[in-house]
Write a protein that binds this ligand. Structure first.
Ligand SMILES: [Zn+2]
Length: 116
């Protein structure tokens, strides 16, 4: 299991590269947000954007985090809808009773039942 994935050398295409220390503060400032790499195959030195945390690198975390985020949005929206609705202070249990009352109500198109 590799923890760090090496960048690809722009010179020879090798991925056998290692982070290279900055030669000076000037260089680091000039390449802010980047990281210097040294290709171990052709000794070419190059800069790549510093790796940021990307969701695709952590699929499990992204899935859990994303799911939680979506759930949070849904909850917030539902809460907002619930509070702004016309049933102030209605307990959540009432939500389950709603379909029952709908079923109890006879359909408008129901034909009259025979008398005998
Ligand atoms: Zn190279």
């Amino acid at each position: 299991m590799k923890k760090k994935s090496s960048p690809t050398c722009p010179e020879c295409g090798s991925t056998n590269c290692s982070e290279s220390p900055w030669r000076s503060d000037e260089e680091r400032t000039a390449h802010a947000g980047e990281q210097a790499y040294r290709c171990l195959a052709c000794v070419h030195r190059f800069y790549v954007p510093r790796r940021r945390w990307r969701p695709q690198d952590h699929p499990v975390v992204a899935a859990v985090g994303g799911g939680t985020f979506v759930l949070l949005v849904v909850v917030v929206l539902l809460t907002g809808w619930w509070r702004s609705g016309d049933r102030p202070g209605a307990p959540e249990m009432n939500r389950k009773a709603q379909p029952d009352t709908a079923i109890d109500a006879p359909p408008a198109s129901q034909p009259p039942a025979p008398d005998n």
